[in-house]
Design a protein around this ligand. Sequence first.
Ligand code: FPP
Length: 266
Amino acid sequence: MQAFLEKLTPADAEFELARAIDPERLPAHIAIIMDGNGRWARRRHLPRVAGHEAGMQATRVTVETCARLGIKILTLYAFSTENWKRPRGEVETLWRLLRKYLRRELPEMLRHGVRLRVIGRLEALPEGVRRDVFEAVETSASNRGMLLNVALNYSGRAELVDAVTALLEEARAANRLAGLKVTEEAIAAHLYTAGLPDPDLLIRTSGEMRISNFLLWQIAYTELYLTETLWPDFWRRDRRFGGLSGGSGVRPSEECLATALSARTP
Ligand code: FPP
């Protein structure tokens, strides 16, 4: 956090916001439902693919900002079990973008000490995606910086089913089924997120007031930050590029991660 602040100058769009963040109340674990890529594209008369491409840029900036702020864990909802129902071309685009993201960002992630972990029913991922994902997980396994936890083919209900199934199977294998006591701790220890603290903050973009089957168990006490901003707009362009001084003409977004974090301070 200190290093992040020291790099900012009053000319940076994030300066005032970053100063408003209370380092004492920085969440250890942030979870994000990145929503609104399709609407972002439609508003611009672009194909949905363009929305996902733009969403990838917002993801990149958010991951980097979290790592620089010293956030311990960032969990991103990248692909839900429901997403298979989308047209095949769009599903393929999402996997292609994920692979592109890993290829491009892995060196940067390693430089920042980011460790990658994935949660979800991973056995159903296309072969090439699974290979790239596990390679990136292995390559970053010894990093000690932020944990980037990406939910792929994820469903909160499926996670609970898998946790209870694992619990029962373990007990059966140890011949302890008859005396099995199911506790909250035992369920938590068998979730995909076992060993991780629950999120302190859940952000959802694009104005939807729903949880959409994300981290159902883990967000029992999590603070919610819901915003109308579409995911591809959920990052701030630096003023030099923001059109304020005759740059690209692109208006800086009103909102970004720093807005969500500064909104938490009393
Ligand atoms: C929701 O927008 C977003 C997704 C289904 C996928 C999220 C993917 C990205 C942000 C791109 C890359 C991510 C990674 C981790 C590399 P939507 O299509 O549901 O939008 P809509 O509700 O407006 O249609």
